[in-house]
Design a binder for this molecule. Structure first.
Ligand code: ZN
Length: 726
């Protein structure tokens, strides 16, 4: 299958920029249910226009409906999906895999892609997506390159190649939701990972962008992704400007076409339009240059060092008046500057800050680029054949489409039609994005008044456009009911690192080091024993845990891959809060898939949780709230310098201290989790009560209060108990 280059379209300008630069497909959001609520997004009329243009240019349009959907929003969600489809979307991107299953049940005609927000990172997740009717998965950015071939054999895969990286495993970030009351799972991320934090470890105590990842850019590794079976290369950036979209598409287009001579120039253009932290190849390929601790935001491309010339700031190199710069000193940003004019083999700059000779000058706005991009035409080359012969009906043909005039052409008494006249006439397309090339023209002694010739031309192009952009067959709304029977429960469950002294219906072991789990760990405590599995589970992780799984009664997994994994190992499944269960279709489809227990979304209010409290339901009521899953080490490149401490404190500028828990699964690096700065003590939802003691040693105390959590912990928050996520 042909490789697809997929570009973001935050608004109609970016859509046109992407298509002009040669994207095979674009993805965009409509006003509702888009994971980028802050992007311009598309009104329905703009959307129709964009679909028509894209289809005319042989490009596809994917619509993002990739947020979590609450019970009260289900009808609006199904309506949005249907209208996007009926308006011609080529695929819909969905976060909630269970809701996708319901959508596919109602409308088998729809093409669904599983959003990266669903966290598909292994063959089990891929199998489930395929079984539920998805045609493609957008791989979790943490998926190791060596695991991609096996996934790509199951289902078509799409991988990110460029753009911003989330610090947390996608779909599993609750930082903005709990600490900022705007849910990342609803497209409202306030980007707490881009703020300053200090960590209580030597060398990390001063405030830095401790969780801020550099932008992804995998140009030199594209071949490896293609060899691994990836079908679609995705550029991130629905919040970014059209110049960035243009540059990114040109860059990857040049790589895919093997235009080695063009690659450096486009790479430079891309760095000038947007680049955070000097780029990383991302988690698929390791952890090199992953964090951008010292600088935040766009840092452009290095152009030279600052000199002082006759009391003015000067730099060697090429820039022109109006270009913008960032100035760095010792790797840290000291200010901005603009170009005031050229001269003496370089250019002069002005700045509001006091700069020094030797400062690093990086160009962040290159005003010449916009012109370069706009000079490219947004036109599809088409090849025409024309036959205008006296006595015959005129014939116009283009790639599968033919228009034949109704009347035979008259014989010219004088001045018959010439080839030149026909070519000139058909080169006009009345604003259509077509660039006709008349490949074949035959005319013989024919006469046609100019007005009639023009009318034929217009009819031909109209017909051609209609032929190339057939209207979508309209689907009528179809419904489906889903009733859940709330079943009150007094069950208790606890997540803990050690079962010593614990008694609950379910004990969930969250090991510090998965390689060291022993039979002894499981003999302690009373209750059904489950093994905790994080949202990222690689093939190497599975190898590591497979030998100890028989020790446990069941599997507690934070991702939907757990369904297929539990089937394989013939163990009951406890679906964690990472399943993000927010509506009745999600709960009933999960139950149909055989889950024994499940935790409802921790972003729902207690009132919302009560309505979804079917048999087996749990609600996180007491203890720690996990905000982030980091598949990387925030302390650097290797574990050679690892001090093996179990827990650190991540402190923000307001002095709030968030526990940072270290653990090991497979691989070269430790992994980390960020917990909320305050514990949770919510309400009893009448369901099973889950206690999270991942970073606490008072599990036995908490368990006794699991069903009366109010006031159980000093300084605790109620989380979303009273106020559902935004
Ligand atoms: Zn380590």
């Amino acid at each position: 299958m042909k490789t697809e280059l997929l570009a973001p379209a935050g608004d109609i300008k970016c859509a046109r920029a992407a298509l002009r630069a040669g994207a095979d497909a674009i993805y965009l959001g409509l006003p509702a249910f888009s994971a980028r609520a802050g992007a311009g997004n598309f009104a329905l009329s703009e959307f129709s226009e964009t679909v028509r243009l894209a289809h005319l240019l042989d490009a596809k349009v994917y619509v993002c409906l990739n947020t979590l959907v609450k019970e009260s929003e289900l009808e609006a969600f199904f309506e949005s999906a249907l209208s996007a489809w009926n308006l011609g979307a080529d695929a819909l991107l969905i976060q909630d895999i269970f809701l996708g299953k319901e959508l596919k049940r109602r409308y088998p005609e729809m093409v669904l892609h599983l959003s990266t927000q669903a966290g598909c990172c292994n063959v089990y997740g891929a199998e489930l997506a395929k079984e539920y009717g998805f045609s493609r998965v957008v791989l979790a950015r943490e998926t190791p390159i060596e695991d991609i071939p096996a996934i790509s054999e199951i289902i078509e895969t799409e991988a990110f190649v460029q753009g911003a990286l989330c610090s947390s495993f996608s779909g599993q970030c609750y930082f903005s939701s709990f600490a900022g009351n705007n849910s990342g799972n609803r497209g409202r991320c306030k980007q707490p990972c881009r703020k300053l934090y200090s960590i209580d470890r030597k060398g990390f105590e001063s405030p830095a962008y401790a969780l801020s990842l550099s932008d992804l850019s995998v140009g030199p590794r594209v071949k490896e992704l293609l060899d691994a079976g990836v079908t679609s290369l995705k550029i991130e950036g629905r919040m970014r400007r059209e110049e960035y979209v243009s540059a990114a598409v040109h860059y990857y287009r040049a790589i895919l076409a093997g235009l080695k001579g063009e690659i450096p120039a486009w790479k430079s253009a891309l760095a000038r339009t947007y680049g955070r932290g000097g780029y990383t190849e991302g988690l698929a390929f390791g952890q090199d240059n992953l964090l951008s601790r010292k600088v935040q935001g766009h840092i452009g491309e290095r152009i030279g060092t600052l000199e002082l010339k006759k009391g003015k700031y000067y730099c060697k190199g090429i820039a022109r008046k109006g270009d913008g710069f960032k100035i760095l000193r010792g790797g840290e940003e000291v200010g901005g500057a603009t170009c005031t004019g050229e001269g003496e083999g370089g250019f002069y700059l002005s700045s509001e800050q006091k700069l020094r000779a030797g400062d690093e000058v990086r160009i962040t706005t290159d005003t010449s680029l916009a012109e370069t991009f706009r000079s490219r035409s947004l036109h599809l080359a088409i090849w025409l054949s024309l036959r205008f012969v006296a006595g015959e009906k005129p014939q116009m043909h283009c790639e599968g489409y033919t228009l034949t005039g109704e009347e035979p052409l008259q014989t010219a008494e004088r001045a018959p039609l010439t080839e030149d006249e026909l070519i000139r006439c058909f080169q006009k397309t009345d604003d259509l994005p077509l660039a006709p090339i008349v490949e074949h023209v035959e005319t013989e002694n024919a006469f046609l008044p100019k007005s009639q010739l023009n009318a034929l031309r217009r009819a031909f192009y109209e017909g051609l456009v209609a032929y190339r952009t057939p209207a979508r067959e309209q689907l009528a709304p179809r419904t489906g009911a889903c009733t859940l029977e709330p079943v009150p429960s007094q069950r208790t469950a606890i997540i803990a690192e050690d079962f010593e002294g614990l008694k609950a219906d379910v004990l969930i072991l969250k090991p510090r080091d998965y390689a060291r789990v022993s039979p002894e760990d499981v003999t302690k405590g009373e209750g059904e024993k489950y093994l905790y599995l994080p949202p990222l589970l690689t093939a190497a992780d599975e190898k590591l845990i497979a030998p100890v799984l028989p020790l446990f009664d069941g599997i507690f997994a934070e991702g939907s891959y757990g369904i297929k994994l539990a089937e394989k190992y013939k163990k009951p499944l406890f679906a964690g809060a990472g399943f993000n269960l927010t509506n009745s279709f999600a709960v009933s489809n999960l139950k149909a898939a055989g889950a024994k227990y499940f935790v409802l979304s921790k972003e729902l209010s207690t009132a919302e949780q009560r309505k979804l409290a079917a048999e087996g339901a749990f609600v996180l009521t007491l203890g720690n709230v996990k905000l982030m899953d980091l598949a990387y080490c925030p302390f650097g490149r290797t574990c050679k310098s690892c001090d093996r401490r179990g827990e650190y404190r991540l402190t923000d500028e307001q002095g709030r201290a968030f526990p940072l828990r270290r653990y090991r699964l497979s691989g070269k690096f430790c992994r980390f989790e960020v917990y909320n700065c305050v514990p949770l003590a919510g309400y009893d939802a009448g369901t099973g009560a889950l206690v999270d003691a991942s970073c606490r040693s008072d599990g036995a105390f908490l368990l006794k209060r699991a069903h009366s959590p109010e006031g159980a912990l000093a300084g605790a928050t109620k989380g979303h108990a009273e106020r559902s996520m935004l």
